[in-house]
Design a protein around this ligand. Structure first.
Ligand code: NDP
Length: 364
């Protein structure tokens, strides 16, 4: 890549060099059209310097959490830190004039989400929550099926996102850093999935929470949450998330005229779509081919276009705020033994910017 062409791209500073940043985000830059790595922010300078060389960055483009506010002018910010640090670094970045792409969950409270939105608004900066699935061709193809009415009226959404978490010292098991257990880490994918795919916002939520007594992994955070969401159209979602079962990661959307499922549904790559629809009295199950794409690159390119064109992102801060609101209601319901919580019905989608430029794949 010629340097001049590279410099036309939007520069990203990656804040926090952990598993996601190293395994998915940094490699994804090679698949983007509009993004380049501009700076690295880490508490471990040796690691960051090594990576800087790999990405052809000057040592002066490596920062730590204390001098983060001195980030070079051209860099925007991608926050890939433990959940409880998202708010602080988003707000500091906005105050320093940066646009922010923030990992999910957006923060650990509704209060923090509001502060982040306000800070970015005040600074006239874009804020996008990295809901990767909303940019994945598989989810976009399924959303298109729903919008075109190919499944009929939606009745049921079933989903599970779970794995066995290792019993090692890690921020995911410390409430102060994570904000909760399986729910904000992986259960959030089910919540965001049903909201995105149906285009609806729930009016009711109920939940049961479980953590095995004596399992030292769950001293501070929950192991499992079962939750249901009711939507104005009559759609109901039944979801399960856990840190204590074998890996499980699927969704199925059932309508009056057909069903569609993603299995896996939430993995970093390789989502598989199956669609069953009635055709001439028979049910045909199809596995439509989908374009191979890196959803991390797609979401970063979307952010870069929004920055360039001064547009609102498709998954702005309000999208993260809504999931946080719903997770807080889930915890309240669980504390009250599963009592259904009525929610203010919100007209979803009003906060979204335009859909990503590439057309959603058509599969039927
Ligand atoms: P890791 O623990 O692997 O990395 C987090 C990094 O944050 C660390 O490596 C460290 O980087 C930095 N850090 C700063 N302060 C702390 C602290 N007090 N404790 C621990 N780490 C700290 O986490 P992940 O990469 O798995 O997750 C990071 C974020 O990305 C989370 O919010 C998570 O929810 C989200 N995520 C999103 C996914 C998606 O598909 N969209 C998938 C997986 C995670 P350094 O050493 O450079 O300072």
């Amino acid at each position: 890549m010629r340097q001049s062409l590279m410099n036309d791209r939007v520069g990203f500073a990656i804040v926090g060099l952990g598993k996601l940043a190293l395994g998915q985000i940094l490699p994804a830059f090679a698949h983007t059209q509009h993004c380049r790595v501009a700076a690295l922010v880490s508490g471990h300078r040796d690691k960051a310097l090594k990576l800087a060389r790999k990405h052809k960055l000057q040592d002066s483009m490596v920062f730590d959490y204390a001098n983060f506010d001195r980030l070079a002018d051209q860099a925007d910010v991608e926050v890939v830190l433990p959940n409880s640090l998202h708010a602080e670094y988003t707000i500091r970045a906005a105050r320093g004039g940066k646009h922010v792409l923030c990992e999910k969950p957006m923060a650990i409270s509704v209060f923090e989400c509001r502060q982040m939105i306000e800070a970015c608004q005040r600074a006239d900066r874009r804020l996008m929550v990295a809901y990767r699935c909303q940019y994945d061709p598989a989810d976009r193809a399924l959303r298109r099926l729903v919008k075109e009415g190919k499944l009929g009226r939606l009745k049921t959404f079933l989903s599970s996102h779970a794995f066995q978490i290792e019993n090692t010292p890690q921020w995911r098991l410390q409430r102060a850093l994570s904000g909760g257990g399986a729910l904000p880490d992986i259960g959030i994918y089910c919540i965001n999935g049903v909201r995105y795919l149906s285009g609806e916002e729930p009016y009711e939520i109920a939940a049961i929470q479980q953590s095995p007594l004596g399992d030292s992994r769950f001293r501070e955070v929950e192991e499992t949450v079962h939750f249901t969401l009711g939507f104005p159209s009559g759609l109901r979602a039944m979801c399960h998330t856990s840190y204590g079962t074998h890996r499980c990661n699927f969704l199925r959307l059932v309508g009056t005229e057909g069903w569609a499922e993603l299995d896996p549904a939430y993995s970093h790559a390789g989502l598989k779509l199956r669609v069953a629809a009635a055709a001439r009295g028979q049910t045909a199950v199809d596995e439509p081919p989908l374009p191979a794409a890196d959803p991390f690159a797609l979401e970063m390119d979307h952010m870069a276009s929004c920055v360039r064109e001064g547009r609102r992102p498709y998954s702005p801060g309000e999208e993260g705020l809504q999931d946080q609101r719903l997770m807080e209601a889930i915890y309240v319901s669980a504390r009250e033994g599963g009592r259904p919580m009525k929610l203010d019905v919100i007209d979803g989608g009003t906060w979204r910017g335009p859909e990503p430029a590439e057309a959603a794949p058509r599969v039927m």
